[in-house]
Write a protein that binds this ligand. Structure first.
Ligand SMILES: [Zn+2]
Length: 185
């Protein structure tokens, strides 16, 4: 078989494959069969491998939903009230049954995630990312305790000199952003 993309040779591989998903992030399947183009690296996955990936995705999703704090889940009655539909309607609703509202089963009863329910009411899709985005730029908010600075006998005078400095107070602690120009003159 030849690659659809470039016409290169496809080789059969059994190995690990990882997938990226907006909701659950990266997940991996092991011992997956697939073909890889020797030339461009394009991967072709047979149906069985897709099914394996789907299963892993569903398992990972379920694990993540059940890891959410129980206190964030509400009863079917309350969820139905939030949605303005009956309890029966919530159980029969196709999209809700398909997981468009995150739910867990406790003692044989379904409980719905509050935020997911509200999101569903608003947009028709109550799913939201359960994994923190790793592609985002790290936020540099490094704060140093002002008490660690050497010359702070005159606090007010110090702050007069650093009016432009990004500073904030948390309780009794004063934090100053690291690396700023202190302008000590
Ligand atoms: Zn190719």
């Amino acid at each position: 078989m030849l690659c659809n993309n470039c016409g290169g040779n496809l080789i059969e591989i059994t190995g690990n494959l990882s997938f990226d998903d907006d909701i659950i992030g990266r997940y991996e399947i092991t011992n997956a069969h697939y073909s890889k183009c020797e030339q461009c690296g394009e991967k072709l996955l047979p149906e069985a491998t897709w099914e394996k990936a789907d299963l892993e995705e569903a398992k990972t999703l379920e694990k993540m939903i059940t890891s959410l704090p129980v206190s964030e889940f509400i009863s079917a009655t309350e969820a139905a009230k939030n949605l303005g539909i009956s309890r029966q309607a919530i159980h029969k609703h196709n999209r809700i049954r398909k997981g468009f509202i995150y739910s867990i089963k406790l003692g044989g009863k379904l409980f719905y995630h509050r935020k997911s329910t509200l999101l569903f009411k608003e947009t028709g899709d109550g799913r939201f990312p359960l994994v923190k985005k790793t592609k985002q730029e790290p936020k540099y908010s490094i704060y140093h305790r002002i008490s660690a600075l050497p010359y702070l006998e005159d606090f007010n005078h110090f702050f007069d000199n650093i009016k432009t400095l990004d500073k904030s107070t948390y309780g009794n602690e004063i934090h100053v952003r690291d690396g700023a120009d202190y302008g000590c003159n």
